[in-house]
Each structure stands twice: as structure tokens, then as C-alpha cells.
Design a protein around this ligand. Structure first.
Ligand code: PMP
Length: 433
């Protein structure tokens, strides 16, 4: 037996499914998950000593690669000063000021511990600020596991075939309208019907929880126009895209394409914590000041703004501002996606790819999907063969076809070339039946 399987058996005795977050269990693809012992740069090692080139990067935070020396130094120094104070610190201000400088759509930010908390709090704030109840989300978009948002979310939920989760009473989701992503007409109809009751629209600007699906410019423009006209808030969930697809997030890309574009509220996570539990939400002063203690919308957290997490986040945010950082990251990511697509084509296997900055997706489909329904057309068996073929060759891609991929600044040209070689072998194996 391998160490991985011994650990998986042991884990399943005391932890539900053996994991603390469902997708890690490899349930969709089958097999035994790799239990990771350490990581450095672009690599992770499992309990059997096998090395992987890591394209998950802790699901997004590790944009600098694992164990960047300056990040480690900042974290060590913070640990020496104290793990948690439950009191305000200067470092929280510094981190928030850095975020505000990089994302000018926000005037104020509150720090929390996870993306789930951030989007849950942003929704509560939108409801509090508008005095309205209804919210709109899109099929295949995931905003964390708060009750009201667990309706037709992508990723792990799609994998397990739940349209929604057990334990969420119907009355909790009765005000959550779920519409098709990139469908302008449905959005217009929803606003025509419910406009004055809608508190907010929440969306992933590039949906990374149904692999990689971009909001079309007309769709994003319609969401902005309809929310503004109806007095509802537009919440852009940049937990995955923030600081990764571009320094200013996906919103900076839409601001180039849509005159006067800015979201009302932004939800952040992953990269801003650099691998520590840290997330945030922010927006205009007039809205954010409705939060407690000034306002009537309650929100709190024992570990919010944690001094070690903020040190890690701040070091990360400073390092990704080096000139050319995102251009290089984007080029490396394109080297990967182009290489994968060519390898598939050489074996006669249909594959379409897309990427932005250090975020990428690949679909074993002849065309790029525009919504969740189209993503579901992927042949799961084919994907699983690809996944396991790559894993055997030491390439760690996401263990589900609904997940985006992540490249870090530590991935070298050689790492990507090795990955493409592994893909060529895997596709050839698949083509031979
Ligand atoms: N929003 C998006 C877009 C996400 O991708 C995720 C997590 N993958 C979340 C929210 C939830 O974040 P967390 O897992 O930190 O609660």
C-alpha cells in the first residue's frame, strides 16, 4: 500500500470523506488523493515522495509559487510579534490601502477570513443598503457555501450532482433567482419582472467554478445597466480573478471594454491572503459605512484582519506589483494552454482553451462553452483519463472538469514544456483507446 492510501483510509475514519473540503477527495475522478507533505516553487511532494508540478496553487492563492522567500520572511516576522490580538493593527490599514490603490472602484474595505464569509457579508450589506430581499446569481457561479448562495453553484457541488445542498430550507433560497450565465435576455426579463425587489446581482466576471467561462462584454454591460437603473447593487466576485487575471482584477479588463464600468461591491480572497486565511469585501463609502459599528448591518470576526495573514497578504500584493509580473504570468500560461491544445490536436482529440493572466481553462469540447449547460457537455470519462494520465506523470491538475487552473510566477518555461510533453503522451494513450 502507498502512504497516500494508508493516510486516506485513516483520514476517512475521522474526517468526513477524509477531507476538509469536498473536491480534495478526488471523488469525481476516482482514485486516491495525494496527501501533500511539502511544497516549494511550482512543485508539491506527496507522502510517497512523488513530485508534482502544481497547477492548483491551493486553488488560487499561490500566485508567487510556494514558499517565496520574502513572503516567508514577512510571515516569520509577524509570528514573532504575536499570532492574534483581536484588536486593530496598522498592518490591516496598510493592506486595505494597498487593495484600494489597486482596485479604485472601492473606497472602503472590510477584511474577513474566507471567500464564503466575504460574499455572504456582501449580500447582507446589499440587502441592508437597499432594503430589498431578492438576489440574482448565475448557474455555475460559486460564491462560497453560505445558505442563500448554495443554489446551482459550480465546482464541487456540480461534481456531486446537487442542484442545491441538503440542509438549506426552501425559504432561505426563495429570494435567490438563478439565471443562465451570459444570457442577457433572461437578465432583462428578471429585472422587468422583479426590478424593484432586487437587492443585488452577484457574479464571477470570469467564472472559474465552471472551469473557465468569461462573462461576455454585452452581458457584463447589461448587468451594470440593469442594476443601476433598478437601484440594485452589482457585486463582482473576484475571489478567484482578483490580482490574478490582471493587477486590477477582472474589473479592470471590463472597465477597458465598457464605458464607465465599475462594480458597486467587490468580493476578494485567495491571492490577497497569499496562502493564509484572508478575504475581503469593499465598495463605496456610503454603502460600506452601513456596516456595524457605524451602520445597522452586522458583520464581525474573531480572527478577521489576523496579523500573520495580513503580513502574508501584504508581502504577496507587493511582490506582484513588480513591472511586467502579469505579462510574464500571462505569457507562461498561454505557453501552457497552446501547448495542451496542440498536443490534443496531434492526437485527434477536441480541446479548446482560454486564459487570462495566470488563470486558465481547458475543455475537451470542440467549442468554448458560454454557460454551465454547455460545460456539462464535456465527456467526464475522457476528462478522468486525462487527469489520471497527467497525475501519473507528475502533473497536478484540478481533479474535476469544473475547475479552473492556476499558473504561478514560479512555473518555468521548462516546467511548462515538461507538462506539455506529459500531455502529448497522455493524449496518445487516450487516442489509442
Ligand atoms: N467565490 C469564488 C469565485 C470562489 O472561487 C470561491 C472558492 N473557490 C469562493 C467564493 C469561496 O471562497 P472560500 O473557499 O475561501 O470560502
Amino acid at each position: 500500500m502507498t502512504q497516500n492510501s494508508i493516510l486516506f483510509e485513516r483520514a476517512q475514519r475521522s474526517i468526513p470523506g477524509g477531507v476538509n473540503s469536498p473536491v480534495r477527495a478526488f471523488k469525481a475522478v476516482g482514485g486516491t488523493p495525494a496527501f501533500i507533505t511539502r511544497a516549494q516553487g511550482a512543485y508539491m511532494w506527496d507522502a510517497d515522495g512523488k513530485r508534482y508540478i502544481d497547477y492548483i496553487g491551493s486553488w488560487g492563492p499561490m500566485i508567487l509559487g510556494h514558499g517565496h522567500p520574502q513572503v516567508r520572511e514577512a510571515v516569520h516576522a509577524a509570528v514573532d510579534e504575536g499570532l492574534s490580538f483581536g484588536a486593530p493593527t496598522e498592518r490591516e490599514i496598510a493592506l486595505v490601502e494597498e487593495i484600494l490603490r489597486l482596485m479604485p472602484s472601492m473606497e472602503m474595505v472590510r477584511l474577513v477570513n474566507s471567500g464564503t464569509e466575504a460574499s455572504m457579508s456582501a449580500i447582507r450589506l446589499a440587502r441592508g443598503a437597499t432594503g430589498r430581499s431578492k438576489i440574482i446569481k448565475f448557474e455555475g457561479c460559486y460564491h462560497g457555501h453560505a445558505d442563500a448562495l448554495l443554489v446551482k453553484a459550480g465546482s464541487g457541488l456540480a461534481t456531486f450532482g446537487h442542484a442545491t445542498s441538503a440542509g438549506v430550507p426552501p425559504e432561505v433560497v426563495q429570494d435567490t433567482l438563478v439565471l443562465e450565465y451570459n444570457n442577457v435576455q433572461q437578465l432583462e426579463e428578471a429585472f422587468a419582472r422583479f426590478g424593484s425587489d432586487i437587492a443585488c446581482v452577484i457574479m464571477e466576471p470570469i467564472a472559474g467554478n465552471m472551469n473557465f467561462v468569461r462573462a461576455s462584454v454585452p452581458f457584463m454591460a447589461a448587468a451594470r445597466r440593469l442594476t443601476r437603473t433598478a437601484g440594485a447593487l452589482l457585486i463582482i466576485d473576484e475571489v478567484m480573478t482578483g490580482f490574478r487575471v490582471a493587477l486590477g482584477g477582472a474589473q479592470s479588463l471590463y472597465a477597458q471594454a465598457i464605458e464607465g464600468f465599475a462594480p458597486d461591491l467587490t468580493v476578494l480572497g485567495k491571492v490577497i491572503g497569499g496562502g493564509m486565511p484572508l478575504a475581503a469585501f469593499g465598495g463605496p463609502r456610503a454603502v460600506m459605512e452601513q456596516l456595524a459599528p457605524q451602520g445597522a448591518v452586522y458583520q464581525a470576526g474573531t480572527l478577521s484582519g489576523n496579523p500573520v495573514a495580513t503580513a502574508c497578504g501584504l508581502a504577496t500584493l507587493r511582490l506582484i506589483q513588480q513591472p511586467g509580473f502579469h505579462d510574464q504570468l500571462a505569457a507562461r500560461t498561454r505557453q501552457l494552454t497552446t501547448g495542451l491544445q496542440n498536443a490534443a490536436q496531434a492526437a485527434g482529440i477536441a480541446m479548446r482553451v482560454d486564459s487570462e493572466g495566470g488563470l486558465f481553462g481547458f475543455f475537451l469540447l470542440p467549442t468554448l462553452p458560454q454557460n454551465y449547460r454547455e460545460v456539462l457537455k464535456t465527456d467526464g470519462t475522457l476528462f478522468n483519463r486525462f487527469f489520471h494520465g497527467m497525475l501519473r506523470r507528475g502533473i497536478y491538475f484540478a481533479p474535476a472538469l469544473y475547475e479552473a487552473g492556476f499558473v504561478s510566477a514560479a512555473h518555468s518555461e521548462q516546467d511548462v514544456a515538461d507538462t506539455v510533453d506529459a500531455a502529448r503522451e497522455t493524449f496518445a494513450e487516450m487516442a489509442n483507446g
